[in-house]
Ligand binder design. Structure first.
Ligand code: OSB
Ligand code: MG
Length: 385
């Protein structure tokens, strides 16, 4: 596959409502988009790094630097023959998985168009529809929360996930369970508890939660394995799982019984498929996480969720829950049964609204094959005078 040029851009988009987690509140997103041009085709990728390095070490700004100075020059230099060859072309760069995913996923988009296949087919997907849940940020009050849950259930969503943190947990679970004793309910702590909270976390068992997501440190398996032994509720790891080896370690140590796969967190489709295949072999169910994506990232999440072991409802929901106007056409919609239908046309299945993207762009740069960007990036450092 010959890559002719790559465009890196940053767009700014306000969320329709603030999204608050244990680590912070987001009101406006700064999102990097990658456009890979190859033989008249354009593939799109989205970087899921946050505005600040709070969920992971990456941010919009670190991803820009790593993409522009390292990853894009390396990929243009590598002359890859398929999207699956991307990870090797950027393997010399440590970490920076969200930046890598933005680039690799754009190449998968190009490849699916070139082959005339829906992206989900190219990935090996088998599902025609995916089950959808929602993630509800920390709300100003329990009344606000109950109101939101009512709206999401009425829209058909199959699972409600509640963001929680110390001091904002059992009272909320109690209120929700009193109102809806039987809904599929889970919580996500985003690493906000410690092992000393074990006794308190055991009280979560009374609420029949499907899972508790990432209760302890963002980089931990061992202490989660100690905690999991003490809980009836399944632990689901999110932040800790960076690749297939991590998933294998976590499963072997019984640190969790469920895994959330996020394309950005694991570095792109290739590694996401590796994690998926391992969990399928080991009988560990997975679901697709979300990172407040625009329609581009959302369409990648939809394609990934079509793989066989994505057997639990994911955090892949309608565009309108996040955006006044999405940057794709049609917008992502969820049926009254809480399902998204996998597009059956070549590529991601959603057009990018180029005019809208241009309007929202705050900076952009184009890189050509064999441009001097590569030689610049790899010039040996000179000693300072
Ligand atoms: O932990 O799943 C998370 C959003 C930003 C950072 C981390 C997380 C989330 C979500 C949002 O829960 C899920 C979505 O995009 O709908
Ligand atoms: Mg999470």
């Amino acid at each position: 596959m010959k890559i002719d040029s790559i465009v890196l851009r940053e767009i700014c988009m306000p969320l329709v409502r603030p999204f608050e987690t244990s680590f912070g509140c987001t009101t406006d997103r700064r999102i990097l988009l990658v456009e890979v041009q190859s033989d008249g085709l354009t593939g799109w990728g989205e970087c899921t790094a946050g505005e600040h390095p709070l969920y992971s070490e990456e941010s919009t700004d670190t991803a820009w630097i790593v993409l522009s100075q390292e990853l894009i020059p390396a990929l243009l230099h590598a002359k890859i023959d398929s999207a699956g060859a991307c990870p090797k072309a950027v393997a010399h760069v440590r970490g920076n998985r969200m930046a890598k995913a933005a680039l690799e996923n754009a190449v998968w988009d190009v490849e699916s168009q070139r082959m005339g296949l829906p992206l989900s087919d190219l990935l090996g997907g088998v599902r025609k529809k995916i089950d959808c849940g929602v993630s509800l940020g920390i709300q100003p009050s329990i009344d606000h929360l109950l109101e939101r849950i009512e709206i999401e259930l009425a829209a058909g969503y199959q699972r409600i996930k509640l963001k929680c943190k110390p001091g904002y947990d059992v009272e909320m679970f109690d209120a929700v369970r009193n109102r809806w004793p039987n809904i599929l309910l889970s919580c996500d702590a985003n690493a906000s508890y410690r092992l000393k909270d074990e006794k308190h976390l055991r009280t979560f068992d009374a609420f029949g939660l499907l899972m508790i997501e990432q209760p302890l440190w963002h980089d931990d398996f061992y202490f989660h394995s100690l905690l999991q032994r003490q809980l009836e509720t399944s632990i689901c790891l999110d932040e800790s799982i960076r690749n297939r080896r991590d998933a294998l370690a976590a499963i072997s140590m019984e640190s969790c019984r469920i895994i959330n796969i996020k394309l950005g967190r694991v570095g792109g489709f290739s590694e996401a498929i590796h994690v998926h295949n391992l969990t399928a072999e080991r009988g560990v169910p997975v679901w697709c996480g979300g990172m407040l994506e625009t329609g581009i990232g959302r369409s990648h999440n939809i394609a990934l969720s079509s793989l066989q072991n994505f057997s639990l409802p994911g955090d892949v929901s309608a565009s309108s829950r996040y955006w006044q106007e999405d940057i794709i056409e049609p917008a992502v919609e969820v049926s009254p049964q809480g399902e998204i239908t996998i597009p059956q046309i070549a590529g991601r299945g959603f057009e990018v609204k180029r005019d809208r993207v241009e309007q929202l762009t705050v900076r952009s740069e184009r890189y050509h094959a064999r441009s001097h960007a590569y030689s610049q990036a790899h010039k040996p450092m000179k000693a300072r005078a």
